[in-house]
Write a protein that binds this ligand. Structure first.
Ligand code: SF4
Length: 397
């Protein structure tokens, strides 16, 4: 029996040797003769080593360990963000070369028909479309790069499973409402991730923290060299200890707390057996996603009444990317007006304000309402302009 509560950490050896040490430190005898699907985070078409995607050498190290364990079949699969060509993203990230070197199959998961899966007891997602190969392998190995995330706090092994959803299904997770008029305190996106976790979790998690991303992740942040890796059979244990290594409090990450509560997994780092004991010496503090709209745009008015950080981050990223395209939408004061938060009321906003997020729906007859919790920046663009933005940059994950 494997020790599910064990998390093995390695630091300071580069992506390849960190992973070899951490993953190779688990009891992997169970893998003999098993088929394994490696699910990295290659959601975007980005150059190697920017902290956007899983490092190609981290993937190489995982494959070497799996081969040493006599896994019967190894494939690398990804369903990236809508608009990203999977095979191009693999190429740019150096993954194609790794697959060729080790003779592993590369799978564009979206190229296979999806399987619709019911989620019993769902709070938000009553059923979802999963890429079929994910359900055909004996073992799913989640291999994300460590990042903070503007909507979900962090994106690690559990959140990485969202990249097993078929095509637009990933975006749908940003646009949901609670089922049957129920109300829960958490954002629907975080709750949706926990719904998915009730039916789909990684069997093994290996986290690449060599070059991560901090701040406005998953794409608009800064890269950070933290040079760690960890591995565990425990999906939440891996993410909890990765949070500690990133200087984040796991109990403050809503989707991790929800998974902990719903699946009865501990969110307390001290309840996992971590090797080495002194792993906290390896902490590199990642900057959190920004908590308030600190970028000053004199020609933009943001009315914020009780929003949460996810909508604030959406607005920041939206302004960073698209502000100049929105000059035609300024009001009579020559300013662009945006509103976010559950406290927005009809009487207090100017006609023509862009109302961002489900919380603002009460005022929608007076403004341009963009649904989602939170909506993604390109959804705001499309809702207002009426067409997709002319950008190569893909949607948020
Ligand atoms: S709509 Fe925006 S502000 Fe409201 S709960 Fe969702 S993310 Fe938070």
């Amino acid at each position: 029996m494997v020790n599910k509560n064990l998390v093995v950490v390695s630091k300071g050896k580069g992506p390849f040797h960190n992973i070899k040490t951490a993953f190779g430190g688990l009891d992997l005898t169970f893998l003999k003769g098993k088929s394994v699907l490696i699910k990295p985070n290659i959601g975007r078409s980005a150059k190697k080593t920017k902290g956007v995607n899983t490092h190609h050498n981290a993937i190489a190290a995982v494959i070497e360990v799996l081969k040493d364990c006599a896994a019967s079949k190894i494939a690398i699969g990804e369903s990236p963000l809508v608009g990203v060509n999977t095979l191009e993203a693999f190429e740019k990230a150096g993954v194609r070369g790794v697959a060729q070197k080790y003779n592993c199959e590369l799978l564009d998961l979206d190229a296979f028909p999806p399987v619709e899966k019911e989620i019993p007891g769902a709070r938000v997602v009553e059923s979802t479309k999963i890429c079929s190969p994910v359900l055909e392998y004996d073992i799913i190995l989640s291999l994300p790069v460590a990042k903070t995330h503007m909507h979900t706090g962090v994106t690690l092994g559990i959140k990485n499973m969202k990249g097993c959803l078929y095509k637009h299904e990933k975006v749908r997770f940003h646009q949901l409402e609670y089922v049957n008029g129920m109300e829960y305190p958490d954002k629907t996106l975080d709750t949706a991730i926990s719904d998915l976790a009730t039916i789909l979790l990684p069997d093994i998690t290996v986290i690449d923290g060599f070059t991560g991303m901090q701040g406005l992740g998953p794409s608009g942040g800064e890269s950070i060299e933290s040079d760690f890796a960890l591995a565990s059979w425990h999906p939440l244990g891996a993410d909890v200890i990765a949070c500690v290594l990133m200087g984040q409090k796991p109990e403050e990450i809503p989707h991790l707390r929800l998974v902990s509560e719903r699946l009865n997994f501990s969110i307390r780092p001290e309840e996992y057996r971590v090797i080495p004991d002194n792993y906290k010496d390896y902490i590199t503090v990642y900057k959190k996603p920004p908590q308030e709209i600190s970028i000053t745009y004199p020609d933009v008015v943001v009315t914020d009444k009780g929003s949460c950080s996810a909508c604030q981050s959406t607005v920041m990223l939206f302004l960073k990317r698209f502000k100049d395209d929105f000059k035609p939408y300024v009001l009579e004061d020559k300013k662009l007006h945006l509103a976010i938060g559950k406290g927005i009321v009809l009487e207090e906003i100017k006609k023509g304000t862009i109302l961002i997020g489900n919380c603002t729906h009460k005022a929608k007859e007076k403004g341009l309402f963009v649904s989602g919790c939170p909506p993604v920046p390109t959804r705001i663009y499309k809702a207002v302009v009426g067409k997709e933005p002319d950008v190569n940059e893909p949607e948020i994950d």
